[in-house]
Design a protein around this ligand. Structure first.
Ligand SMILES: [Cu+2]
Length: 68
């Protein structure tokens, strides 16, 4: 998973807390995994959130978020 325009910290992975995770703009995820992230949305615009595997993005693992 890659988030454009921002850096985030992973706060929970597969329901378990992740203490002191580093700031990053992407993270590998396996099938069925979940991840809760936190970031400061301070850059206005439309930002992509997507998988870096082209077939996955083309298959729908891509969205965007709007920061106003
Ligand atoms: Cu993928």
């Amino acid at each position: 998973m890659h988030l454009h325009g921002h850096h985030f910290r992973i706060v929970e992975r597969n329901g378990r807390p992740v203490p002191d995770a580093p700031w990053r703009d992407g993270e590998l995820m396996g099938s069925g995994e979940t991840m809760r992230i936190a970031f400061v949305a301070e850059e206005p615009g439309k930002w992509l959130l997507h998988c870096h595997m082209l077939e996955h993005s083309a298959g729908g693992m891509m969205t965007w978020l709007r920061v106003t």
